[in-house]
Design a protein around this ligand. Structure first.
Ligand code: ATP
Length: 300
């Protein structure tokens, strides 16, 4: 059974429909990508899942059951805007939050110390949030979201403000939580993170679902429009090949835009006739390209 299931969920603010009938399922141990342009309805959807606001239509089920207050104990949330109080000590507020979600004081302290060690910052226990850098505040926000071992974790732009080393650390942590069975609803504008972490995604645009499903399947539904090519030595005449609409010279090799798939064969033949081919690849569309195309198309 799905850990989390949304069926035709709607949210209205007066005349404005913020979320227009979203349906999705997140399995146990799955990271699900919720994507969309600014104002598309992601945060509103997350807040409904958390029970912070109520849907005006549709259903949200948690392990097959409707929302109840006890469910808050099994959910964790890292909001996009920092949610911790700047003037309060890390330990005071994270232990307080963990206790609100049903942990004993002893377990909460143990769990917090575990996470501070895991992130290599045990000394933050006694620091106020405002004393930490933006990236380290984000890490404390992450700990606040996971300290009580939630089964459903909601991460809104979890990696914002982090340097590349810390992005890797948090990514690894998210994967570990997934492997331990946590269901994760993950929102970001960074498509490369989605490609790495998520199997299934929903792309929202202006409150509507415009793309949904398994990323690999979604990619199959889009035409392949680029060829990467590298040869020993320079090549000429690539732009004259029928079906080639643009040629970009890159640091190493060429990136060609094609208007039909048959052009790929002609490119390969042309390159082989001219010399040794080191690399030839008909490229899949990236999620970034799919996002821009889907959101762009629905705006036309
Ligand atoms: N409390 C509210 N009252 C009125 N309108 C709201 C409220 N909260 C959100 N909205 C509107 O609902 C729509 C969806 O907003 P939401 O914050 O869910 O978008 P988002 O996808 O999270 O955007 P972003 O990527 O910019 O964070 C927007 O048009 C927003 O202005």
């Amino acid at each position: 059974m799905e850990a989390l299931k949304l069926e035709q969920v709607v949210k209205q603010y007066g005349d404005k429909t913020a979320v227009n009938g979203i349906s999705l399922k997140v399995g146990p141990g799955e990271i699900y990508g919720l994507l969309g342009a600014n104002g598309a309805g992601k945060t509103t959807t997350m807040r409904m899942v958390l029970g912070l606001i109520y849907p005006d239509g549709g259903k949200i089920l948690y392990n097959g059951k409707p929302f109840s207050d006890e469910l808050q104990h099994m959910m964790g949330y890292l909001p996009e805007e920092r949610g911790l109080y700047p003037k309060v000590k890390v330990s005071d507020q994270i232990i307080y939050l963990a206790r609100l979600r049903g942990m004993s004081a002893g377990d909460a302290e143990k769990s917090l110390r575990f996470w501070l060690e895991r992130f290599d910052v045990p000394e933050y226990y006694n620091k106020k949030i405002e004393e930490l850098s933006k990236g380290n505040q984000q890490k404390m926000g992450f700990i606040a979201a996971v300290v009580h071992k939630p089964q459903i974790l909601i991460l809104d732009e979890a990696f914002s403000g982090l340097d590349p080393v810390n992005v890797e650390l948090l990514k690894d942590t998210v994967k570990e939580l997934r492997d331990q069975g946590t269901s994760i609803l993950f929102s970001t504008h960074r498509m490369e993170h989605v490609e790495e972490l998520c199997r299934n995604i929903t792309i929202l645009d202006r409150s509507n679902t415009v793309v949904q499903g398994d990323i690999r399947e979604i990619k199959k539904g889009y035409p392949r429009e680029e060829v990467a090519l590298r040869t020993v030595g320079e090549l000429s005449g690539l732009d004259k090949i029928p079906g080639v609409s643009a040629v970009q010279k890159q640091e190493r090799g060429y990136l060609l835009s094609i208007s039909e798939i048959g052009a790929a064969q002609r490119i390969l033949q042309h390159a082989m006739a001219a010399g040794e081919v080191e690399h030839f690849e008909i490229k899949e569309p990236t999620l970034n390209q799919i996002f821009i195309r889907a959101v762009g198309e629905s705006n036309e």
